[in-house]
Design a protein around this ligand. Structure first.
Ligand SMILES: *[C@@H]1O[C@H](CO)[C@@H](O)[C@H](O)[C@H]1NC(C)=O
Ligand SMILES: *[C@@H]1O[C@H](CO)[C@@H](O)[C@H](O)[C@H]1NC(C)=O
Ligand SMILES: *[C@@H]1O[C@H](CO)[C@@H](O)[C@H](O)[C@H]1NC(C)=O
Ligand SMILES: *[C@@H]1O[C@H](CO)[C@@H](O)[C@H](O)[C@H]1NC(C)=O
Ligand SMILES: *[C@@H]1O[C@H](CO)[C@@H](O)[C@H](O)[C@H]1NC(C)=O
Ligand SMILES: *[C@@H]1O[C@H](CO)[C@@H](O)[C@H](O)[C@H]1NC(C)=O
Ligand SMILES: *[C@@H]1O[C@H](CO)[C@@H](O)[C@H](O)[C@H]1NC(C)=O
Ligand SMILES: *[C@@H]1O[C@H](CO)[C@@H](O)[C@H](O)[C@H]1NC(C)=O
Length: 497
């Protein structure tokens, strides 16, 4: 069923009845729409059209609903360019943002727009409010939406996007960190960060400040279903700061969340679809993932087992379209991440070589951007180089940004050296693994192959470990765990061919 095409008749009737005065009267100052939502229609999409008259310079939307302590009605806005999904590979251009149930009112003017909503012109034509009843306690919820139109002259410059740079090159400090062997540098980053531009309470300025304090080289801005944070990030992360803030979006569907990373300037990703069902009835996720790949980005499944109704990953059971998976999310309990790590292991065993990533999922204190820290080996401090590093699985995770893991394998006889993420030809030979660490003294190193846990050894930062790898092994990866058994570091595998 294509849920988004269902239209509430109640809302349509309200829209027709409540329209403002005719063309010969003073311009209308508001429209009010009312409707009733039933539990049987939870998650149905109700689009309410409203006509923005010529000369309008501001639109203020406010809404309310009954039983608001136990029910949830979410809201978003599409402008005159349209709301229908023609093709999820090209996100709907009219999308102006989605505030879940976090805001009861918000405003668009050509100069300023409430964060979470996309800035830009206020053009006349038919716009739509989208309401979705995500949770109805009791027998029904009555809602009302009021749209107020303003015609006063707007002072100040018109909104124009200020994108953060997507390529900062390598400064002297980072060049000094280059690996002399391959000319690449292990960047410190975070792939999952929120602010007040969606449901976080940290401002972008605070997240940027914290990222610098944590010694990060980059993070990816990943607001829920909005690009509005990406559109202003240049104001918070100027080039001279030397922090790369990449454009991403946490695509928040009703069937799980995924990370779109490495978006173009102004790019939005479609989120209104459900699971495919295996017969191609709903290809929204596959199409949206293709859009991200077309832009040169990558797709990662977020917190596949986060225990909330719509967070559990349920869009693509075979993990066909993603490049990566978030196996360590700081917002969930340890056993939930352990389940994600086990899922990743099962995919690796099946031959799905997807990259394991981490995300702080930082929204509010005390969560901290860069904890955990994802290290990506890259040729430059640019979004493109970070994306390439992730696609090549040159990635490891550490609890904190100052902890380091150097994991390599040398093929016996040929001397071929492989590092985290590589696929190496062994021609039937055995190999020798080496693990050197910094910040992991006394932790346990667990070596894992396609057969599971192979060997556990206590780590000393001053003395690298080495381990013989039998011929015929398919892959080897390392988990570091502290004395209570909690993961403190994870590498991507080295694969043997
Ligand atoms: C909208 O609904 C709220 C909550 O039910 C109610 O308090 C308010 O009076 C309504 N406003 C309008 C304009 O109908
Ligand atoms: C959507 O994207 C596809 C794939 O790139 C392209 O062929 C098609 O023309 C686009 N459609 C629209 C409506 O932009
Ligand atoms: C508008 O929303 C804000 C918070 O989102 C709230 O504090 C404020 O009371 C609202 N104003 C009105 C008039 O509803
Ligand atoms: C409001 O929610 C409560 C449960 O929290 C429910 O018992 C009650 O029937 C609801 N009211 C309506 C009008 O549905
Ligand atoms: C597609 O699969 C879904 C779920 O299995 C099923 O409900 C639906 O009837 C199928 N549609 C077609 C056209 O086969
Ligand atoms: C190594 O440690 C892991 C994680 O604590 C444990 O599950 C596993 O049984 C241990 N394996 C061996 C071979 O000691
Ligand atoms: C390969 O090297 C490792 C470590 O030096 C060693 O344990 C193993 O026996 C070697 N295998 C062969 C076949 O030489
Ligand atoms: C192991 O790490 C967990 C999570 O950071 C922490 O709660 C626990 O105290 C640590 N154990 C030790 C012995 O450091």
């Amino acid at each position: 069923m294509r849920l988004w095409t269902l239209f509430s008749l109640a809302a349509l009737a309200a829209a027709c009845a409540d329209h403002g005065p005719g063309h010969d009267a003073a311009p209308k100052d508001r429209d009010t729409f009312t409707g009733r939502l039933y539990p049987s229609a939870v998650a149905e999409y109700t689009y309410i059209p409203f006509d923005v008259p010529g000369g309008t310079t501001s639109i203020r939307v406010s809404y309310a609903y009954t039983n608001a302590t136990s029910s949830k009605v979410d809201i978003g806005v599409f402008d005159e360019r349209g709301y229908e999904i023609e093709d999820a590979r090209n996100a709907t251009t009219g999308f102006r943002g989605w505030s879940f149930n976090l805001l009861r009112n918000f405003t668009f003017t050509p100069a300023e727009t409430t964060p979470m909503y996309v800035g830009g012109p206020v053009a006349s034509g038919t716009w739509h409010v989208l309401v979705v009843n995500t949770q109805i306690a009791g027998s029904y919820v009555d809602y009302n939406v009021t749209v107020e139109y303003g015609y006063e002259a707007i002072a100040g410059p018109r909104f124009s996007a200020q994108y953060a740079a997507s390529d900062l090159g390598l400064d002297a400090g980072r060049r000094a960190r280059l690996d002399s062997g391959d000319g690449l540098v292990w960047l410190r980053g975070d792939f999952h960060v929120h602010t007040t531009y969606s449901d976080g309470s940290y401002t972008p300025a605070q997240q940027v400040e914290h990222a610098v304090q944590q010694g990060l080289d980059f993070y990816i801005s990943t607001e829920h279903n909005s690009r509005s944070g990406n559109d202003v990030m240049g104001a918070f992360a100027p080039d001279e700061l030397g922090l790369l803030v990449g454009r991403g979006m946490e695509v928040t569907t009703r069937f799980g969340h995924w990370q779109a990373v490495g978006l173009e300037a102004g790019q939005t990703v479609e989120w209104r679809y459900g699971p495919d069902g295996g017969n191609g009835t709903d290809t929204g996720y596959a199409d949206a993932a293709a859009q991200v790949h077309r832009a040169g980005g990558f797709v990662s499944v977020n917190h596949p087992y986060m225990p909330c109704k719509e967070c559990i990953w349920n869009l693509d059971a075979e993990f066909k379209y993603n490049d990566a998976i978030e196996i360590w999310n700081d917002g969930v309990e340890q056993e939930i991440n352990e389940a994600a790590i086990a899922l990743w292991q099962s995919l690796l065993v099946k031959g799905r070589r997807i990259t394991g990533l981490a995300g702080s999922d930082s929204h509010h204190p005390p969560s901290m951007v860069g904890r955990p820290c994802t290290r990506v080996k890259a040729s430059s401090l640019s979004t493109a180089a970070v994306v390439e590093g992730v696609k090549r699985r040159r990635v490891y995770i550490a609890e904190q940004s100052d902890m380091e893991i150097d994991f390599t394998v040398t093929v016996n006889g040929t001397g071929t050296l492989a590092q985290t993420g590589d696929a190496v030809e062994t021609n039937g030979k055995s190999a020798t693994a080496r693990l050197a660490t910094s910040g992991f003294d006394g932790h346990m190193a667990c070596f894992i192959t396609e057969k599971g846990y192979l060997l556990n050894k206590t780590v000393s930062d001053s003395e690298p470990l080495s381990l013989g790898v039998a011929a015929g092994t398919e892959f080897l990866r390392v988990e570091l765990r502290n004395s209570t058994g909690t993961y403190t570091g994870l590498t991507n595998p080295i694969f043997f061919e």
